[in-house]
Every structure is written in C-alpha cells, then in structure tokens.
Design a binder for this molecule. Sequence first.
Ligand code: GH3
Ligand code: MG
Ligand code: MG
Ligand code: MG
Ligand code: MG
Length: 317
Amino acid sequence: IINELETQHREPVASRTGNCVSMKHCRVLLIEDDPMDASIIQRSFQKQDKANISVDHVSNMGSAIDQLQANSYDVALVDINLPDARGAESFEQLRALDSCLPIIVLTGQDDDELAIHAIQCGAQDYVAKGHFTTASLIRVIRFAIERQRMVLGYLAEADNDPLTGLSNRRNLQRRYSRFLADTQTMGQALFVALIDLDRFKEINDTYGHCVGDVVLQRSARVLVETASDSSSIVRFGGEEFSVMMVGDSLAEAREQIQTILKRLEEMTMQIGDYEIRVTASAGLVQAGSTENWEDVFSRCDEMLYRAKASGRNRVEA
Ligand code: GH3
Ligand code: MG
Ligand code: MG
Ligand code: MG
Ligand code: MG
C-alpha cells in the first residue's frame, strides 16, 4: 500500500533564478551613484565575455524601482549609500518590491556592520568596492543566485505538507492577514472553515495507518478540486483542513463547504483491495474585519465541535 502513496503536486520553486546557475545569460541590475565605481564594475564585466553577463546601470533607488517594475533581473548589485536611500533602507525597498531577487550589497571600506545587517535581513552577500577582482565578483554573483535559489526552495519546503502537498499551517497567520486585507479592498468578507474527517481513527484502526495516509491525500484532493480557485486550503493538523474563502455571504460560503462534504460523502475510495468511504464535519465563521486569526479559528473550532456533537457529516455556522 505504501507504493500507493500518491505523488503530490508541488509548486515549482523559483525557477526564474535557474538561468545563471547553468552559466546562461545573466541580467544584473547595478544600482550605484558613484560614476567611477559604476564604470569599474561595468568594465570588469565587459572584459569577461564568457561570463555572459549583461548589466543595466541606474544611479538611484527611484530609477532602480522603475527598472525592476519594467524588466526582470537575476541579481541586483546595490550600493549601500544612494542619494535617495541609505543602508538597510535601500535593501528593504528592493525586498519589498521583489522578495525573491538575490541582492548583493556594495560597500565602502568601513561599512562592514551595515553589510552584515543587510545579510541578516536577507541579502545574499556583500562586496567591498575596490577590493574585488572580476573573477571574484562573478563568483559572488553566481553564488548569490544559487544560494537564493536554495533558500527559496527551503522556504517553500518549510510551508509544504509532504503528505498532501498542501500548505501546512506555518504561514497561516500571514496568509490570513493577507486575505483579510484583500477582502477589505474588494469590499467582500472573509470566511474561514475547519473541515475534520469523521471517525478517522477507525479508518487507521481498521485498515492501517498507510491506508489512512492515502485517505488523507485523496480527501485533500477533493478539497482542492471542489473549493473555489481563490480559496486557500491548508492542512491544519492531522485529519483537519482549513479553508479560507472570500465571498459576499455566509450562505454562499456555507454552500461551498456543503458541496465539499457532499463530494467526500459520495466518493468511494478504492485503496488496494479496500473500498473506503469517509465523511467530514465542518465549522464555518465569518472573520470580523479586525479580528485576529486565533480568535477566528477558535470560533471556528467551536462550530466544528457543534457539528460533531449534532451528528457529524454537516456544517455548523
Ligand atoms: P471525530 O469524528 O470526532 O473527528 O473522530 P476522529 O477519529 O476523526 O478523531 P480523533 O481525533 O480521535 O482521531 C484522529 C486520528 O487521525 C488520530 C490520528 O492517529 C489520525 N491521524 C492524524 N494524522 C494522521 C496522518 O498523517 N496519517 C494517518 N494515517 N492518520 C493520522
Ligand atoms: Mg568610490
Ligand atoms: Mg553611493
Ligand atoms: Mg476527525
Ligand atoms: Mg481532528
């Protein structure tokens, strides 16, 4: 049965930065206000045709932001002192615009502390101006891109539930805040549901844990296929899933959850020699416009408890 564990759907991770790693063309955005420093860096790349690096140069943060909005880059080389941004600030502005872009900080000789601060905030490396060779600069760029690709991979991995391929609850709070903000700009409401498989322990006890795992995978798939595209589904815990949905009315949200429960109920899962059927119960609430996520999920859990207590295979809202 273990071989039955189905392969999961994983979102591709940061393929955008894959280019440079294979020494293909690499696009660098150089943000440097000192014309001399900028031209030294640009010339060192020109000497290295083989490295296949192209550089766009801008001399302030405003232009850098324009460039980043219009083009795609593999890496940014950013001077730590710009006329319109200084120190960690410049770094943070770039991060806010593109959370994936690898950033290398260019420092003067006495800026080590600032540079280290930038690294702590997520920059990949720093280069002291006047203290690099062309070869070392290219190496720093390649390494920064590769390191960032790995970091993004680890981050995606950390948010992923390996059994179902769904997100786990690690970033639920952030996700919830983003959803809540979105619903407010759209003038809609946020609905949160907790869906818990009924008497799941019996499935494990009767068919074994491995079969239970496959039931969880297939149930997760039903949720993904049935919930609306804009909803966010998370494996909240063992046999419990959360669904966040944007909508106009509780009745509409309730109907969506009811449809999910109905599809689960109607499905027969063929797993090995077994034919297994499951049902689930759900609690559903509308999030208050300023309500924190713990309170919402705790209200939701109360509703779920009621659904269980009043006979299971139903939604309480
Ligand atoms: P209820 O209808 O009240 O929800 O009953 P239940 O049996 O579903 O609830 P209970 O909390 O008693 O049991 C949940 C079970 O889910 C117990 C646990 O072993 C099982 N479980 C949790 N995570 C996994 C998992 O990843 N794989 C498998 N196979 N079982 C899991
Ligand atoms: Mg200088
Ligand atoms: Mg400067
Ligand atoms: Mg259960
Ligand atoms: Mg449970």
